[in-house]
Design a protein around this ligand. Structure first.
Ligand SMILES: [Zn+2]
Length: 385
């Protein structure tokens, strides 16, 4: 048995997943179900032969161009300022597509992310649509999620981002949303207790109604019926675009820096100040979850990082420095209008499951079982955020 860190938390011998994932299991040689299932599902894609990959890509690009004829745009690409979505946008333009870049600004963008997006769309000469959320309403929703002590505070952003992308695609008659998702660097599933089903408008509204008196007027939420409307009635397809390319994050970052004045972040999903505070402070402190574990494990299993490097990476705190953490705490308190005591009280309270509130998860699972019709690409996307 391999043991690392403090206590007796067992860690996989191949990747760095450990028993903080409640449903982890190990085989006789100590290899876990997370990296095993990931390689079974994605191994073929990661090591796909170049000619086959190229012909799949050519095929797909022709379909997007054909569907976009006579329209101003032929695809929508959601951009966060992060490396994955930035790279998706660059590749689309290089291949002659005419994307509309869509960004959702929930008030927590880092300046670095704003600059990365601005540089990118300017140099690529791409139109950018930014949806700016109504901050008082969004803050009230966040407050309700904090008061509910549920794990997935990012459900708000992820859900609204899905809705805004679908809305823009439908508004412009576009049939394809190209997402910056990919198996090679993020295909491993997130443990079930680390997040929540992302198309759960009902869950959001139920938590809001229980813990806040805000009337939700402008928040762009999407539920299962909305998803069915866009995918099957409006025929907008969600595509995991980066799966068409060999994807090595290190090389991609170098290219983005060289050609687009891109500035990198210390860790994944750190383009938003809240996301970095949530993943780097709230999740570990309140929920015992270090999301880097699943990202690093994927890189190890995909052969892009050694297990030793990943272990070493996990030893360091999620924040680049104590000063940066202190700065983010101050920013968070001011933005949420909290005192330090309120933050400490929140961190000390026990967590509650999203299951305690109304949900569309049962509906989704039932539909999925009955019809087996939900595109795996979107499922993967929903599972990994
Ligand atoms: Zn493993």
């Amino acid at each position: 048995m391999t043991q690392t860190g403090s206590g007796s938390c067992r860690t996989c011998t191949r990747c760095v997943m450990d028993e903080s994932a409640a449903d982890i299991t190990f085989d006789a040689s100590g290899v876990c179900n997370y990296c095993r299932e990931f390689l079974q599902r994605s191994g073929g894609l990661i090591h796909e032969n170049a000619a086959l990959r190229q012909s799949r890509l050519d095929n797909f690009i022709s379909r997007v161009k054909a569907a976009g004829q006579g329209k101003r745009y032929d695809c929508v690409i959601g951009v966060s300022g992060g490396v994955d979505s930035s790279w998706a946008l660059v590749q689309a333009v290089r291949l002659g597509l005419r994307p509309l870049a869509v960004h959702m600004d929930n008030g927590w963008n880092s300046e670095l992310a704003q600059n990365n997006i601005a540089n990118l769309v300017q140099r690529l000469n791409v139109d950018l649509y930014t949806h700016v959320v109504d901050w008082p309403e969004y803050r009230a929703l966040m407050q309700a999620f904090f008061d509910a002590n549920v794990v997935d505070v990012e459900l708000l952003y992820d859900n609204a981002m899905l809705k805004v992308n679908y809305q823009q695609a439908a508004a412009h008659g576009v049939k394809f949303i190209l997402a910056g998702t990919n198996e090679a660097t993020e295909g491993m599933k997130i443990p079930a207790t680390w997040n929540w089903f992302k198309l759960d408008k009902k869950n959001i509204m139920s938590i809001a109604a229980r813990f806040s008196n805000v009337r939700v007027k402008t928040f762009p939420a999407i539920g299962v019926p909305g998803y069915l409307y866009y995918e099957y009635f409006r025929r907008v397809k969600w595509i995991s675009f980066l799966d068409f390319f060999p994807y090595n994050k290190g090389e991609v970052l170098d290219q983005l820096e060289r050609d687009f004045g891109y500035k990198r972040y210390p860790y994944k999903h750190y383009e938003s100040i809240f996301t970095r505070f949530y993943q780097g402070y709230i999740l570990p402190r309140k929920f015992g979850i270090d999301k880097r574990r699943v990202h690093l494990s994927t890189l190890v299993a995909a052969g892009q990082m050694t297990r030793e490097e990943a272990m070493e990476n996990l030893q360091s705190p999620p924040y680049a420095s104590e000063a940066e953490l202190a700065q983010d705490i101050q920013y968070f308190l001011k933005k949420m209008q909290w005192t330090r005591e309120q933050l400490d009280a929140y961190l000390a309270r026990a967590q509650t499951s999203h299951r305690c509130y109304a949900s569309e998860r049962g509906l989704w699972d039932g539909l999925n079982r009955a019809m087996r019709f939900i595109p795996t690409r979107l499922l993967l996307f929903l599972r990994k955020r």
